[in-house]
Design a protein around this ligand. Structure first.
Ligand SMILES: [Cu+2]
Length: 220
């Protein structure tokens, strides 16, 4: 390879190394918003709520969507409501008994959704009327330090992880909510790589007046 061509392509790579971190940094959103959020729980043909335990902040909404062929209900356990919280269930039933006997009222068919906004803190156990016997059961945890508002406090984060422990998609583990954009790691790595590459180039230029593999003898 001719030395000039090698240098041109090498310079191009270097330029890429230096500009890509800048682009990545520019795309980082300014800050995570603190407003009410909507959290999606999928109801699948494996007959589970995914995630089955979700931690949210007061005022947040949970939206259940049936992603499989089979229909499901979202039905609150009457004895698993915070004190004073109203009964809730897909189909708008006023009690667990009504919801059980009223099914398939409240059935959420394929691609349909049911949404409910939780204002009061506490734990809300719920189940699927047709699949309760095979443990299609879920829980919504409403907590001021919940995953959605997971502040800078590591305590809140740990609580979120504990509550939703087996759920890798829980918002509590989203680093954006801790004020650190995920790309930051790559910005740092790319910058270090760029610095290192330019040092290597400088070294070989100063020592040999050549790049290491250009194949041109220096002296006549
Ligand atoms: Cu079900």
């Amino acid at each position: 390879m001719h030395r000039r061509h090698f240098l041109q392509s090498a310079t191009g790579s270097l330029a890429l190394l230096f500009t890509s971190p800048i682009v990545a940094a520019a795309e980082v959103p300014p800050s995570a918003e603190e407003s009410a959020q909507t959290h999606v729980v999928e109801m699948t043909d494996a007959m589970i709520y995914d995630p089955d335990v979700i931690t949210i902040a007061p005022g947040d909404t949970v939206e259940w969507i049936t992603v499989g062929q089979m229909g499901h209900s979202i039905t609150a356990y009457e004895n698993e409501l915070p004190d004073g919280a109203p009964y809730w269930a897909s189909g708008g039933f006023d009690s667990e008994d009504d919801a059980r006997s009223g099914y398939p009222g409240g059935n959420i068919a394929k691609d349909e959704t049911y949404s409910y906004t939780f204002d009061m803190e506490g734990e809300y156990g719920y189940f699927c009327v047709p699949h309760e016997t095979i443990q299609m059961i879920g829980k919504v945890i409403v907590s001021e330090g919940g995953a959605a508002t997971a502040s800078s406090s590591s305590g809140g984060h740990a609580a979120g992880m504990g509550a939703g422990g087996d759920d890798p998609h829980s918002e509590g583990e989203d680093p954006e909510h801790m004020g650190v954009a995920f790309q930051a790691h790559w910005v740092g790595i790319a910058t270090l790589l760029g610095i290192f590459a330019s040092l290597v180039f400088t070294f070989f230029f100063l020592k040999y007046n050549e790049t290491p593999h250009s194949g041109y003898p220096k002296q006549k």
